[in-house]
Design a protein. Structure first.
Length: 372
């Protein structure tokens, strides 16, 4: 049964996340032709500037759905074979046996076995539970660093492999999506950013979604506060940051309204064909960056609600910011949420994040937004 929007309940759930310790957050929820937008808290801690629901925001790995859709478009036109080894397209970037066995599909669904390059580019970035011994210094060191994507790929390809190509569970790795960006450039003759902009972003009519040209977010936006598990107290503003370390794996800027529009059109078969969408929704087990087991398809992640059907979308984080966008399979109920604080949990003696009131408050907001 479809749940209508309850503005009072949604506003209360949003405000409770702010009260739990989130400086600011904003959201849009859609139910058929009904639309609710809300915001709570501040976009600037020092100034008290309020957040608003129309603000632009770094959406992190939600970018992966856009990149996956672009690759699938090229597969539909016959320019890319999803089960073709990546070595046939990019032999210098993935040489030897792995280039012969890792397919394009394995890159999209994170079963390539390739390691994550981020710990090599940013010593601050370590997988759980190694965080206890890390600090944020390399984030400051690289705030304005312009990375070469092929150098980042080399870090991931030459690092010890997580597992054999096609093995399960897979490992969520940004190396996969930087390779997909290079693949798009190879077959389209233009950069992945330009191709995605023309054929995914503009095709969906998204007016406030773009790849950043530099370290700044254009237009009205929130500051982004990184707590780094209590090691940055008070949290530090990382809203000015060169996103070349992520590129088409996690660098897009968007709005909650644009995200709902994009996923609504994607699930309606208006960005890729229905058969491509069906392939995006075939999932397998993948270990996330937080060490959790998740189901993952081709750039899509499912969430299940009791009796409410499956929601599809993606989450994303950057230094200081996060977002989550989920749309029910029938396209009738949608949620997009943006927050301006990351890694708010402190760590226990084993380096594992401890529970925080924000966790429960966000879970409640997601439940109210998706299921009513």
């Amino acid at each position: 049964m479809r749940n209508p929007l309850d503005p009072a309940e949604l506003n209360a759930a949003l405000e409770n996340v702010h009260r739990a310790g989130m400086p600011g957050l904003f959201a849009e929820v859609r139910d058929c032709d009904q639309v609710w937008r809300g915001a709570a808290g501040v976009a600037g801690v020092a100034t008290g500037r309020p957040v608003t629901a129309d603000m632009r925001h770094r959406i992190g790995s939600i970018t992966k759905t856009f990149t996956a859709a672009a690759v699938l478009q090229q597969a539909e036109s016959g320019q890319i074979g999803l089960d073709t080894p990546i070595g046939q397209y990019l032999p210098k970037l993935v040489p030897g046996e792995r280039g012969d066995t890792i397919t394009v599909r394995m890159l999209i669904n994170h079963t390539s076995g390739l390691a994550e390059y981020l710990p090599y580019a940013y010593p601050s970035f370590k997988a759980y539970p190694d965080l206890a011994g890390t600090g944020p210094q390399s984030m400051d060191d690289h705030r304005f660093t312009r990375f070469d994507p092929t150098e980042l790929i080399e870090m991931g390809v030459t690092a010890p492999a997580f597992g054999a190509p096609g093995g399960t569970p897979g490992l969520y790795s940004n190396t996969n999506y930087l390779l997909l960006a290079q693949l798009l450039e190879q077959v389209t003759g233009t950069t992945a950013e330009r191709y995605i902009t023309r054929n995914v972003i503009e095709r969906a009519g998204l007016r406030d979604t773009e790849f950043p040209a530099g370290p700044y977010v254009d237009g009205s936006h929130s500051q982004l506060y990184e707590a780094w598990f209590g090691k940055l107290d008070p949290p530090r503003d990382y809203s000015v940051f060169d996103m070349s370390y992520a590129g088409p794996s996690a660098s897009l800027i968007s709005t909650v309204a644009d995200l709902n529009r994009f996923y609504g059109m994607l699930l309606a078969g208006e960005i890729v064909s229905p058969s491509s969408l069906a392939q995006m929704q075939r999932t397998g087990p993948v270990i996330s960056q937080e060490g959790k087991m998740i189901d993952y398809g081709l750039g899509l992640h499912p969430m299940e609600g009791p009796g409410q059907g499956t929601f599809w979308g993606h989450g994303g984080t950057v230094w200081g910011g996060g977002a989550l966008a989920m749309t029910r399979a029938d396209g009738k109920r949608q949620m997009a949420v943006a927050v301006n604080l990351q890694r708010w949990n402190r760590l226990d003696s084993s380096g594992r994040p401890q529970p925080h009131p924000i966790d429960d408050a966000l879970a409640t907001l997601y439940r109210v937004a998706m299921y009513g």
